[in-house]
Design a protein around this ligand. Sequence first.
Ligand code: ATP
Ligand code: MG
Length: 499
Amino acid sequence: MKHSVPQPVINIIEALNEAGFESYAVGGCVRDLILGRIPKDWDVTTNATPEKIIELFPDSFYENEFGTVGVKVERFLATTDPSHEHDIIEVTTYRTESHYEDKRRPNTVNFTLSLKEDLARRDFTINAIAYGPGKTDEWEIIDPFNGQEDLKNKIIRTVGNPEERLNEDALRLMRAIRFYAELRDPKETRPTHSWQIEAKTLEAIRKLSGNLEAVSQERIRDELSKIILSTSPKEGIEMLHQTNLLRFILPELEIGIGVTQNLHHIYTVWEHNLRALATCPSPKLETRLATLLHDVGKPHTKKGDGYRSTFYNHDHVGARITEKMLTRLRFPKAVVAKATLLVDNHLFYYNVDEVTEASVRRLVKRVGLENMDDLMAVRIGDRLGSGVPKAKPYKLRHLEYMIEKVSRDPLSVKMLAIRGTDLITDLAIPAGPKIGAILDVLLAEVIEDPSLNTREALLKRAEALKASDIATLRAQAEEKIEEKKSEEDKAIKKRHWVE
Ligand code: ATP
Ligand code: MG
């Protein structure tokens, strides 16, 4: 397993070891290593004090008031922004975190000399495994709470008494469900082979769900985002609902429970929102949020019942609700604006034979060209999550083709290296329709051979065209330009698989 530990991490652990301290990789990175996943970040734990750690690594600094030291190393994580030169490895001194007065953060940190005590303060058994050189030089796994067995059996279980441990820190309620959504295999359909939250832990989450009210919106937002970006976002949200946590996070979504729909749907509003999220092809947070919330306005706009019920205006009502929800959860302004825009526009009408270029142009103008892919992703989720797929994929491909067609730069005389005024001043051609006709011929020839697009060559060619009459010039130009336009159109169609 050691060969899977990145060299910068090995260097830190072995440097501490050579200086006479114990030192281990710990937490999520060891969990991921055993599971064969690529860790997002690496944490090191040691019995060296923060002062000693700082002394050993010249490129290190205090990360917070709890004595966590960040050691700067050369970039090795795949997820780091390419503009950053360094990655940070967090090194913490063994600690027991005891006094939780507000169910949020410990207000004191006590260092300890015992690795076991440090592992005991961690949230779940699968996160309480250490890996590093022991008393000898051999690397070994230290696992006093049988985290490896829980990893094997796919069980999320608190270290120690669930009620006590979850009561200490209410964020753990959400972390349990976040790990559930991140770890479970979406393709595994056999319940006995899938990840589970251990019964007593699950029961305690439900019992203590109200504690989530004490957690800041920012910390809730961060865990919610991880659930939504996970490989099982639908199951994650369902688990939040089952454990009574969702009412403190997205109560507006739960209003859709049991709200039946019309002939275009076989699922309730709640089930449909979740299925749309599950099938949304976008990896972006704002697009996934929009997909989850796209029909959140439906319960408020439903008229009638059964197959004929209607939901007029649910897109706009839903957009207002989305904006309120995401603002409350302190999502960045840009995320709120984007998700709101997508919900607001998710109903756009598209039918291959009926929709004109002009209406597609209006849609692109309203939504913004840069948002069209995301709007399409919401729509794909909406379609696949309805249970009654209506729009065929062909329709969306055709729309993509239309979008590119209406949004590309039109072939125009503006591409030329000279202007009409140049013909008037340099060649003494009188102002009038002939100027336009000559420019059209020049454009036609430049399309054919872009190397002709220099001021010199164009002026020379214009001089030669000067004597022709307007009708001849127009005929000469049109043929070429139309031919080129239809060639480009074919290429775009091919790109979008549209015949
Ligand atoms: P990720 O894959 O998201 O990085 P992680 O398990 O590494 O998951 P971190 O938030 O990076 O989670 O925390 C690192 C480790 O610190 C955890 O594995 C766990 O041992 C411990 N830990 C983090 N947050 C808590 C908490 N709220 N309560 C107890 N232990 C925690
Ligand atoms: Mg981590």
